[in-house]
Design a protein around this ligand. Sequence first.
Ligand SMILES: Cc1cc2nc3c(=O)[nH]c(=O)nc-3n(C[C@H](O)[C@H](O)[C@H](O)COP(=O)(O)OP(=O)(O)OC[C@H]3O[C@@H](n4cnc5c(N)ncnc54)[C@H](O)[C@@H]3O)c2cc1C
Length: 500
Amino acid sequence: MGASPILKLLMALLLAEINSRNSHPDSLHVSFLHSMSLDGQFTFHDVHQAATDFGNRYHLLPSMVLHPGSVSDIAATVRRVVSLGPSSGLTVAARGEGHSLQGHHCPPRGRIVRRRPRWEPMDRRLEGDSAPWPLPMSWTDYLHLSIGGTLSNAGISGQAFRHGPQISNVHQLEVVTGKGEAVLCSSTHNADLFHAVLGGLGQFGIITRARITLQAAPKMVKWIRVLYSDFATFVEDQEMLISVTKTFDYVEGFVIINRTGLLNNWRSSFWPKDPALVGQFESQGRTLFCLEVTKNFDPENHGVMMQEVDELLTKLRYIPSTLFESEVSYLDFLDRVHASELKLRLKGLWEVPHPWLNLLVPKAGIHEFADEVFGKIVTESNNGPILLYPLNKSNWDNRTSAVIPDEEVFFLVAFLSSAPSSSGQDCLARALKQNERILEFCKKANIKAKQYLPYYTTQEDWRSHYGPRWETFRRRKQTYDPLAILAPEQRIFQKAADWP
Ligand SMILES: Cc1cc2nc3c(=O)[nH]c(=O)nc-3n(C[C@H](O)[C@H](O)[C@H](O)COP(=O)(O)OP(=O)(O)OC[C@H]3O[C@@H](n4cnc5c(N)ncnc54)[C@H](O)[C@@H]3O)c2cc1C
């Protein structure tokens, strides 16, 4: 663990009027807020832009946007909304990068606060600094997300089996609660608020600063992909890799379902370990499982790294002709999804509806899940990747608000579908139907999966999501945001309606 400087967060606050019969913001409230003396400013011209998210299916228009110039702007705005009382209907939603999927960055006719720091490790590279520098230990696959946005979920990727999710790597937070108080908290000081906010879906406070664990960044990454045709062998190998001490630095995987026999681009930018063997492999329309692993190294230790990698590979039971590898800089590896984003943007395929479904499936149910879902429900994976990789509960802190299955090993299974209009008008409807069938199957088969980046429309469903932890969640809401002003877009609590 290295130094842990305070990272400033940048985001926007969206302010909206809920239950307003009028489609226009209440002008009294607007002028009330507009008259505040701030370091930043309220804006109205960008409410449409603020209403859009990556999911691209919900456009919930806020009344106005606060671009705060300081933490006290945020606290003062929340206090002002509190002072209007429960009858005003004004609510506040934090917006980071707007990469939520169901309009979660945006209040149903509410207000938004805007400031946003992102997970970008680029600055010193641009300055030509070649010395190792401190970077976070635990990442997400995609970096253009705000720190507040990922800490209010969990922040997971292929490093989480070693270092835990991002929420397990936070030392201290500064939070503006739903009462408008700016509070410093950690696991020893205001601990209940600290744990409430981590994975708390923005319900208890707006994160304005975070002190997180850092480590010296490695220079290079050995990046390997191999294929399996047998699901049981694939997950057993994944589980073995996350259970041993001497292992890879990153373990992920994905499912390739392509009945035509033509493989998608799972190996582009990689070269075969054994070019003579590679021509012998044919998918024959089978469902395949790709294991993706990396080993960090510094170029002067290339030989040692290769020896360690070879030892690990001998323990794996992949199809031998499918070993593909690459060596890239650590920063290029971290920013890998952005490279795909740029290509998709060029083709107009980024700003399309994204009916994603992310599930945390307990190990006990993963085989039954795979048989039904990859065997029957999902017929192809051409509309977006299906990630599948294991995580271990021991690296998660059960005092946080994040919800995970109650088993030592569980799997992230992420259906990351895109629904561009070019794929046909019913593409979105089909993807949503598919998600519904997967969820229905889990329920029927009693597979106790939990949604990651959860989305529910009724409080009953939210109660069942939180299970025995619902009362703690509700008590925390009552303590830190008693008027239910914050994050109304999650539809967990309604302003004033739920409270005496
Ligand atoms: C392309 C892509 C790749 C992704 N990859 C991963 C991944 O690998 N791993 C992973 O874990 N997740 C991943 N996600 C999901 C992502 O972590 C969440 O959607 C996250 O909330 C997005 O952050 P944002 O800044 O865009 O948040 P926004 O969409 O702006 O906000 C989302 C939620 O966070 C809350 N929020 C935002 N800022 C704050 C704050 N400062 N304080 C309190 N609450 C706040 C909002 O209230 C809202 O509920 C990915 C999403 C996309 C679109």
